[in-house]
Design a protein around this ligand. Sequence first.
Ligand code: HEM
Length: 76
Amino acid sequence: MGPAHRGVFGRRAGRVAGYDYSDALRASKVVWNERTLDACLTSPEDTIPGQKMGYQVTDAIDRADLIAYLRKVSPP
Ligand code: HEM
């Protein structure tokens, strides 16, 4: 459904080769870090209007766990 997430931490949004992103994500200047991932997982559409991820994570502890995991599987 979505682009590969491994390595997303520290990367510019919308840059996985071969994935057909929304124009909004491709044009965004977002770099994925704790703050931007937390905001975007809380409310993707408020963070990057026009994006197409129809999924959000409402629980703050779940978001923190996910962000810690994504950081762990990304290059240092
Ligand atoms: C909790 C798990 C998830 C996390 C942490 C997450 C996080 C992200 C992130 C960081 C991006 C941007 C990737 C990039 O810039 O390369 C993204 C994009 C996307 N995700 Fe998720 N996602 C999750 C679950 C899902 C699920 C369950 C779906 C589908 C049912 C989904 C669909 C998408 C789509 C379609 C995009 C592309 C958005 C666009 O082009 O506008 N994601 N996701």
